[in-house]
Write a protein that binds this ligand. Structure first.
Ligand code: ADP
Length: 427
């Protein structure tokens, strides 16, 4: 065979092999770019690979600063990367700026003869740019920056193949950069929100705790004085008690919120007698019911009923039921709390003759923030958390809670909790 033809074929084979190698590399890079969301690691990979694939001394990524509209070096190979980071490149009067504005690749074989070349960079880092291939980083039609490969090795020239390779890299890279940036900004926003949330939870926790004791003193003395009072003093003291009960409801909501966010998982395991807890609650709630001229009647079996669980949390759950009963029952209404012993279980039912609940809302009211009344027209306060908390607590204790009601005909909230010992069914 003719020697010339053999050489020609060998050369073509070599070129083909190189192209296949580049393509294989591109596929691997594409997969790699899609698999990392760490922005700085991503940029490093892009520039290292770009310089290697196109065969240049260095490579850089310039991204646009959305605030100032200038380009800055987000990453670069070589030893001066820290200095480069400080340098801003103007959009008008630079090759990168031209690529950014036109969205087209640019090859400059000799930058010294190109008036667009921004010499500020080379001066600052004592680098000499001779030749350059730059391509836009496009996310759909939006340009987010420029990928540059600088100084073709061995004094060679950039080829059409180099443009294609760098442009393909740039299109993969732009999407990966955009995704990584989105994830980074989401992470940052999330971090800020968690910090704010932590501060809010701390504040609510401290505030509700600090308000509770003085409020109990006010309630205690006001009810005592109300019992002794006569004449105008009676209605004045009723007003004080009503105000205090509103304050109590607000503190309860704060406790609920705090509770929901901090410690549902940690349940204390205390043995306690149900009747003792209900007795305490009776004392707490009598003045609040009285402030609305409501009667609160308690019925309990005499046999002490022992349960194991988190007394504080069960107290909170039942308080939420009583709070609703008082809130959703008009003045002069009737509230009852029944403790009923079943085999191995105790039922605690809170019954009222208040506004009642529509049948189709009886399950949804246990959802977080759910309220039957429209928030724009509602007459009752609250955050819609009380029942959700009560349900969580009761279920964590292996119990059950549900509501029975008809609209306008009062409600019955039934709670079942396992008892510690099997009690014989009471007659
Ligand atoms: P909140 O009372 O703060 O609104 P809850 O989770 O305790 O939140 O209750 C959710 C909703 O269920 C209330 O907004 C109310 O519409 C309804 N509800 C709860 N208890 C009663 C009740 N005893 N009588 C009538 N409606 C009630």
């Amino acid at each position: 065979m003719d020697v010339k033809v053999v050489n020609q074929t060998t050369h073509e084979m070599q070129q083909l092999t190189q192209t296949v190698e580049r393509l294989e590399r591109m596929v691997t890079i594409g997969q790699m770019l899609n698999s990392t969301l760490d922005l700085s690691q991503l940029l490093e990979t892009i520039i290292r690979t770009a310089a290697e694939l196109v065969g240049t001394q260095a490579a850089s990524i310039l991204l646009v600063d959305e605030r100032t509209g200038e380009l800055f070096f987000a990453a670069s190979t070589g030893s001066s990367r820290e200095e480069l980071r400080q340098i801003k490149v103007p959009i008008v009067g630079s090759i990168a700026g031209t690529i950014y504005q036109t969205g087209e690749p640019v090859i400059v074989e000799d930058v010294s003869g190109d008036s667009r070349h921004y010499t500020g960079v080379d001066q600052s880092i004592s680098f000499q740019t001779r030749s350059l291939l730059g391509v836009p980083l496009l996310v759909r039609t939006r340009c987010i920056g420029v990928l540059e490969a600088v100084n073709k090795l061995d004094g060679g020239k950039f080829s059409e193949d180099d443009i294609r390779t760098l442009s393909t890299m740039a299109s993969h890279s732009a999407i990966a950069i955009e995704n990584a940036r989105l994830v980074a900004s989401l992470r940052e926003a999330n971090h800020r929100l968690s910090e704010l949330d932590r501060l809010k939870t701390n504040f609510i926790s401290i505030a509700s705790h600090e308000l509770r004791t003085p409020l109990m003193i006010v309630q205690g003395f006001a009810s005592f004085l109300r019992e002794q009072a006569s004449g105008d003093m009676t209605s004045d003291l009723d007003m004080v008690l009503r105000g205090a009960s509103k304050l109590q409801a607000i503190i309860d909501q704060m406790t609920n919120l705090n509770f929901l966010e901090s410690g549902l998982s940690e349940l204390k395991q205390e043995k306690f007698v149900v009747q003792e807890l209900i007795g305490e609650m009776n004392e707490e709630w009598q003045p609040l019911a009285a402030a609305k001229q409501q009667s609160l009647r308690i019925s309990m079996p005499s046999t002490p009923i022992l349960i194991r669980g988190d007394r504080g949390k069960i107290h909170l759950a039942l308080s939420n039921l009583l709070n609703n009963a008082v809130k959703f029952t008009p003045e002069n209404g009737h509230i009852e709390l029944h403790v009923i012993l079943h085999t191995g279980r105790v039922e605690i039912a809170v019954v009222d003759d208040g506004i009642g609940i529509p049948k189709d809302e009886l399950t949804r009211i246990f959802e977080r923030f759910y309220q039957v009344e429209d928030h724009l027209t509602r007459h009752h306060g609250g955050l819609g958390l009380g029942l959700c908390i009560a349900k969580e607590v009761i279920e964590q204790h292996g119990g059950r809670i549900w509501a029975e009601s008809n609209e306008g005909q009062g409600s019955r909230f039934r709670t079942i909790l396992p008892t510690l010992f099997e009690h014989p069914q009471e007659a």
